[in-house]
Design a protein around this ligand. Structure first.
Ligand SMILES: NC(=O)c1ccc[n+]([C@@H]2O[C@H](COP(=O)([O-])OP(=O)(O)OC[C@H]3O[C@@H](n4cnc5c(N)ncnc54)[C@H](OP(=O)(O)O)[C@@H]3O)[C@@H](O)[C@H]2O)c1
Length: 301
């Protein structure tokens, strides 16, 4: 059994990973942001913004799962963009430089990244060897991954999980789609041809579990299901499961007017990302196809 430190443990993925690892019998300790929770008590804390971290309490963990980062939801004002970037780049540098300098560093670091790394790729199929794309999210993801290098150089096996759109009713993108779809207002967004590469929350947890143990996983790993679809098919599948129509187009100009650059990056563009490394090691997805993943997400409590 392992002793695992988790950042971003209060988030959608962090809660699911913490629960699953505890259920497996591991000891899980969250590292909370001191400024983010009034009552941190005896918890291990850090404040990525000011560079403070409970260094003395980080010795002796077997693994670190690093998920912290400002939500990319909301309008990307200059201040919001700075928080999205710095919470990942500055926070990851602080964590990784600290881990690299410990007397007893962890043997494994599993660090979140995102398929935003690939940018807008049209019909190109992207595996882990594909180059970084262009745009704000691609730039952030590239730097986010690069700042884990002090950990890797210190001999810590570092896995950069390029996470796709996480499907869960408990948070992330899906709950925000449900209301319009339930009202019969779902349908193609923009051209509807853009790829959405997604992952069931349950499978993402399975990938983290696998990455903790499987030493074949190192460096970038696409945490997406094999069944990426175009947005139009995503809309049709979700509407079918909800027994609603999916005819209502949402034109690109309306998305840009409502959401600005964030709408362009998250809704109107995408990349067809495939889980090459996970397939090579024989990882078995519980929800390899979209209908199965959405059914599981809609059944969550
Ligand atoms: N959900 C998705 O679809 C998706 C897709 C691709 C990549 N990812 C990445 O996977 C990671 C986990 O995703 P998630 O959906 O669980 O995110 P989330 O629900 O937004 O949780 C992220 C956690 O990060 C911490 N955090 C928030 N703002 C922060 C800031 N300004 N500085 C430092 N830490 C901050 C918080 O934890 P504490 O309060 O405990 O510190 C928060 O609960 C994120 O890095 C995200 O970018 C997620």
């Amino acid at each position: 059994m392992k002793k695992v430190l988790i950042t971003g443990a209060s988030g959608l993925v962090g809660r699911a990973v913490s629960d699953a690892l505890r259920a497996d019998g591991h000891t899980v300790e969250p590292m909370r942001r001191a400024s983010g929770s009034a009552d941190s008590g005896s918890a291990i804390t850090w404040d990525p913004a000011s560079g403070r971290i409970d260094r003395d309490r980080l010795d002796g963990f077997d693994a670190v799962v690093h998920l912290a980062g400002e939500s990319i939801d909301g309008r990307w004002t200059a201040a919001k963009r700075a928080r999205i970037r710095d919470s990942r780049v500055v926070g990851t540098r602080l964590l990784c430089e600290t881990l690299a300098g410990l007397n007893s560093p962890p043997s494994t670091l599993i660090a979140a990244s995102a398929i935003g790394f690939y940018g807008n790729r049209g019909d190109e199929v992207c595996d882990e060897s594909s180059s970084a794309g262009n745009g704000f999210l691609a730039d952030v993801a590239e730097r986010w991954e690069a700042t884990t290098s002090p950990a890797l150089e210190a001999g810590i096996r570092t896995v950069n999980l390029r996470i796709g759109i996480v499907l869960s009713s408990r948070g992330g993108a899906l709950p925000r789609m449900l209301l319009p779809f339930r009202l019969g207002l779902g349908g193609p967004v923009g051209s509807g041809r853009q790829y959405w590469s997604w992952i069931a929350l349950d499978d993402l947890v399975g990938i983290v579990r696998t990455a903790l143990d499987d030493r074949r996983l190192i460096g970038p790993v696409n945490a997406v299901a094999p069944g990426a679809v175009r947005q139009r098919e995503f809309a049709t599948t979700l509407a079918r499961l909800l027994r609603r129509p999916s005819f209502m187009p949402l034109p690109a100009f309306a998305v840009r007017a409502m959401l600005g650059e964030m709408g362009d990056a998250l809704l109107l563009t995408g990349a067809h990302v495939v889980p090459k490394k996970l397939t090579e090691i024989g990882f078995e997805f519980r929800h390899p196809d979209l209908a199965s993943a959405l059914r599981a997400a809609l059944a969550e409590r």
